[in-house]
Design a binder for this molecule. Structure first.
Ligand code: GUN
Length: 289
């Protein structure tokens, strides 16, 4: 088995299963899962992410409702749209692509989304539920990363997991999920002292810092499994390319598993968004508890 963890293949397999489930829901329950994707402004990276999400929906038979709003949209107007989407019965999931422009408070926006439609898992009600071990809607990137880890390692009990990064989107929920699976969890961040030696203790190393090739080969223990959440666009040799938070070429020879960028965690994030949307639709239809 290669030590490269093929997130693209895993995501394709998951989406194939979801496609069958969506077809069944339509045929047997007259239910078509639907998601509203809201993008405010014209951040180029966000545009690519939104396009990829909508494309996946089409492949799976999930209905997508795209709302592209200008950069100068007011917080009040965005809240009005979210309220409409909360009340729209063929919308089962609502995703507001982050970051939103600076004049909009993302906490206010996330709090306005109905928790049952919060397919990003970022509403405090869903975060709180997860914190007490009652997972409802789990954030997509951590969920996808856990699926890859479980597929590669099986039981994670007793392993030392080091998460670099403490964002609400990835670092914090990832640490919570690892703890739920009985890992010993260390969260490292920009103020951590001697981050290298902490990383060297990791059986599982999750890098979510947004800094290109931040994790070097001598930070990583032989035989560790590395999940690289970073997607950083850099200019190199006159070309634009995507690299992760881990120095892949230097790290990969010494580890038991590593996710590449692109083709690792990224496709899993989108597949898990589809997973959460199907789950939300079933839940709203009373088909699951
Ligand atoms: N921006 C980068 N990643 C994400 C994500 O998973 N969800 C949302 N809403 N915005 C993002």
């Amino acid at each position: 088995m290669s030590n490269v963890i093929d997130g693209k293949q895993f995501a394709n397999d998951l989406c194939e299963k979801l496609k069958l489930e969506v077809a069944q829901l339509l045929e047997q329950q007259d239910l078509q899962p639907g998601i509203a994707v809201v993008l405010v402004g014209d951040d180029p990276a966000s545009q690519v992410y939104v396009r990829n999400k909508v494309k996946r929906c089409e492949q799976l038979g999930i209905k997508s409702f795209e709302h592209r709003l200008p950069e100068d949209t007011s917080e009040a107007d965005l809240l009005t749209l979210i309220k409409q989407l909360n009340d729209q019965s063929d919308v089962h999931g609502i995703l507001v692509q982050l970051p939103v422009p600076d004049h909009i408070d993302d906490k206010v926006i996330l709090a306005a989304i109905s928790p049952s439609k919060d397919v990003d898992g970022l509403h405090i009600e869903n975060i709180g539920a997860m914190a007490v071990g009652n997972n409802q809607m789990v954030p997509c990137t951590p969920l996808g990363s856990m699926m890859l880890l479980n597929d590669r390692l099986g039981d994670l009990s007793g392993k030392h997991a080091v998460v670099i990064g403490r964002s609400n989107l990835v670092g914090k929920p990832m640490a919570t999920l690892l703890l739920q699976q009985n890992c010993t969890v260390t969260v490292a961040h920009s103020r951590t002292k001697d981050i290298e030696s902490i990383c060297r203790q990791a059986d599982i190393l999750v890098a979510a810092v947004g800094r290109p090739r931040f994790v070097k080969a001598d930070w990583v223990k032989e035989g560790a499994v590395v999940i690289d959440v970073g997607i950083n666009r850099i200019e190199e040799d006159g070309k634009s390319r995507l690299v992760g938070d881990v120095d892949f070429d230097a790290v990969s020879p010494k580890v038991a598993g590593i996710t590449p960028v692109p083709g690792g965690v990224g496709p899993m994030t989108i597949a898990c968004l589809m997973y959460n949307t199907v789950f939300a639709a079933k839940k709203q239809a009373g088909l699951v508890s």
